[in-house]
Write a new protein. Structure first.
Length: 175
């Protein structure tokens, strides 16, 4: 059995995020978080158990009932804020990835950027579906205008993606 040296400070990861709050888990098993480069303990993780899992699943089901009824704009705003929150902590996330997984710096940066950008991809999916629906409605109401819609749609999508950072409230007039 391999033993692990402990370095100071050792971080305690003893909370679980359930139902919108960080709570002390019901689970009591604690495992070492080990730096793979030097085999030293860098943290202690309290593992969630079956009871914690059931609570989290129940909270997720309840949240889905409300969130699934939310407006497209609200969901887009949530995705934008998630992206921004991850982007703000990028340096910390990269450092944690390097220490906890022994990942090369570039790999850690790339994987964390990918994670942050997933939220924007979801944002574009919502935006794209909205534009397609709008184009379809216009085509039904004004068939003679429909030949211009595909070009307009692609031009808008390319323009939005080229800006890098989106603002969910882009539909409001500046000022």
């Amino acid at each position: 059995m391999k033993t692990h040296e402990t370095t100071t400070p050792v971080r305690a990861f003893n909370r679980a995020y359930i139902n919108g709050q960080f709570v002390i888990p019901h689970g009591t098993r604690v495992v070492d978080l080990v730096n793979p480069t030097d085999n030293k303990v860098i943290g202690k993780v309290t593992m969630a158990d079956e009871i914690d899992t059931r609570k989290a699943i129940g909270a997720a089901k309840e949240a889905f009932n409300t969130f699934s009824q939310s407006s497209k704009e609200y969901r887009m705003d949530c995705l934008q804020r998630l992206h921004e929150a991850v982007a703000r902590r990028m340096d910390q996330l990269v450092e944690a990835t390097v220490v906890e997984y022994d990942a090369p710096q570039d790999r850690a940066k790339g994987s964390n950027n990918l994670a942050a950008n997933i939220f924007l991809h979801q944002y574009f999916d919502i935006l794209d579906r909205s534009l397609v629906l709008a184009c379809n409605e216009i085509s039904l109401l004004r068939p003679h205008k429909s030949k211009f819609l595909p070009e307009l749609f692609h031009r808008h999508a390319a323009s939005a993606q080229g800006h890098g950072r989106l603002r969910p409230k882009h539909h409001q007039s500046p000022g």
